[in-house]
Design a protein around this ligand. Sequence first.
Ligand SMILES: Cc1cc2nc3c(=O)[nH]c(=O)nc-3n(C[C@H](O)[C@H](O)[C@H](O)COP(=O)(O)OP(=O)(O)OC[C@H]3O[C@@H](n4cnc5c(N)ncnc54)[C@H](O)[C@@H]3O)c2cc1C
Length: 423
Amino acid sequence: MSGEEKAGVAVIGGGASGMLCAALVSGSGIKVTLFEKNEKLGKKLFITGKGRCNLTNTADLNGFQDNMVTNPKFLYSALVSFGSAETIRYFEEELKLRTKTERGGRVFPESDHACDVTDALRRGMKRGGTEICFNSQVKSLLLEGDRVKGIKLSGGKKFFADAVVISTGGLSYPSTGSTGDGYRFAREAGLNVTECVPSLVPFLVSGENPRRLQGLSLKNIGIKIYDGDKKLYEDFGELLFTHFGVSGPVILSASAKIPQKAFEKPLSLYIDLKPALDRKTLEERLKRDFSESAGKHFRNALSGLLPRTFIPVMVDESAIDADKPCGNITKQEREHLASLFKRFPFTITGKRGFDEAVITKGGVDVRELNPKTMEAKKVRGLYFIGEVIDVDALTGGFNLQIAWSSAHAAADAIIRTLKKTEE
Ligand SMILES: Cc1cc2nc3c(=O)[nH]c(=O)nc-3n(C[C@H](O)[C@H](O)[C@H](O)COP(=O)(O)OP(=O)(O)OC[C@H]3O[C@@H](n4cnc5c(N)ncnc54)[C@H](O)[C@@H]3O)c2cc1C
């Protein structure tokens, strides 16, 4: 391409939402040009679901609403039109990608390869004749009055377009190409963008204990998070210790639900290591264990109750002499130990950054967009889809469904609008 050209519909960003939108619009016979700043498509898609891509979830509409964290209502009509059932059907029937459903309704490609999802979308775009421009970073929008007229690349080249779709993603994992350009485009067009913060992200924890426990995964534990006396969050599930703090499903969900403001000061995290036992039963169990091994050193008496790596940490925190014979442990010491099992304390000092966040919370203010079409209310022909919008969800395939549903809503509206002007 050279000089000033016509792009037809310009899609900015060849990630999940951009590729689907391009495939759908070009599939209707409309000319589409997709601009991707990387040398290839779907860099983030490639790492989703630990390389397996959890592309959606079979939950019903209520289940989806429960798993959406920010602005669930905004996506309602897009999800009704193109929800997980329609998404699976489209991938299976139109793009010939076989899928399978696992625990918790999580849907993956049957091959377990995320790259097969990108290949399927590439096939869809190819069939429609989408022109793909790689190494093409869009720098700005061409705006005229209340209309978008096209885009300008960082090299200065301009493309005129009948519609512009912004599918540039958020700010998380910027190495994949999502560096927040879409927010800049939105502001240039006069749209409000809400504060963007990392979400579905691990927590930083003070002290030496996380490092000592690094690599340990605790299944079936309870967590409670407090700001002083105020309980902010409670959950049950799996937690992972890392060299800097805590991660794993319960922590990622907590990061999505606890308001950003709460992280301005340290928070208390309590882990219930024995959620199936109430405090009294646990105390009785400790009493029995200690009397059965009265001659054993305390440090050797916890293996039936704790994973190996946790034992020295528990011993230190209990302040009971590690070499004390179990028979000599006092009632008071036993009670303190039981309280640690039920409320083992850590101090959260913050969240990790965008480099490690699965998603961005915040983005283009949903009040700026028509929820049926994803078109900006103030700027005709300008559409926002995927993570760039201020909508986010928990893990389980829900975030990619946001990408698919919003892409479909925009594609549908673009096709209807452009076909009508053709007539
Ligand atoms: C490690 C990890 C694992 C994840 N796993 C899952 C999962 O299993 N299931 C799930 O539902 N969600 C998952 N997600 C979230 C999911 O990947 C995102 O929600 C989804 O990719 C968002 O799609 P998108 O199209 O909005 O943006 P992206 O997929 O991020 O695509 C944006 C594209 O735009 C391009 N771009 C940006 N700016 C410009 C510009 N100026 N010019 C041209 N191109 C530009 C980028 O290079 C990129 O290719 C995961 C995220 C991460 C980080």
